[in-house]
Design a protein around this ligand. Structure first.
Ligand SMILES: [Zn+2]
Length: 199
């Protein structure tokens, strides 16, 4: 994987996951080795060149790597999806009624009862459940696509004042999941995923 792809993947992660609040107990988590995002261990997701290219030592904790980063230039502390509550990572991605509407569609598609993620760790552990219905590979794909789509929508509103309905966002997630499965269909773990996702 080339440096530019690593950087864009990393930036995506930083944008989505690093809130102004502390990342859980980030002082005990290895930035590269632990599963603290739905993308799994970042050394595996970004690749072994990651620590060098991004100048984040292999021994860095999540707290080390994310110190000083924040949501960015946003002045208004309110969630731009609902304008009703303060924007935290937890609210924006998990409990905002806008995001919940998207998650409900996701669960409906997965033929699972609707689930309200209590917190970030709850989402991570949900992606790791060793269950065939659906298997963790699909859970991870869906969680990645959903979190990223919600984050993109937040930026769309913030920077372009462009509002898209939760249902339209679910359609984007649907397409993203299909594309991801399709691109890896020859891998054993991905073989049956399309039928699990679309039927
Ligand atoms: Zn909200």
């Amino acid at each position: 994987m080339g440096p530019s792809l690593i950087t864009s993947k990393y930036l995506r992660l930083v944008c989505v996951y690093i809130s102004s609040a502390t990342v859980g107990n980030g002082t005990n988590l290895s930035f590269w080795g632990d599963t603290w995002t739905p993308f799994g261990p970042l050394l595996h997701f970004i690749g072994s060149a990651g620590p060098t290219v991004l100048r984040i030592p292999l021994s860095a904790t999540v707290a080390d790597a994310t110190a000083g980063l924040s949501w960015g230039m946003q002045i208004d502390p309110l969630c731009c999806l609902c304008s009703a509550e303060v924007e935290t990572r937890h609210h924006l991605l998990l409990t905002c009624h806008f995001s919940r509407c998207i998650w409900e569609n996701v669960f409906l598609r997965l033929k699972l009862p609707p689930l309200l993620f209590r917190d970030w760790n709850h989402l991570i552990s949900w992606t790791l459940v060793q269950n065939r219905s659906p298997p963790p590979t699909l859970r991870k794909l869906v969680a990645q696509a959903s979190v990223y789509a919600i984050w993109k929508q937040r930026n769309n509103i913030l920077h372009n004042s462009q509002v898209i309905t939760p249902l339209s966002i679910f359609k984007i997630i649907d397409r993203e999941v299909r594309n991801s499965i399709s691109a890896r269909r020859h891998r054993k773990k991905f073989k049956d995923l399309m039928s699990r996702w679309i039927i």
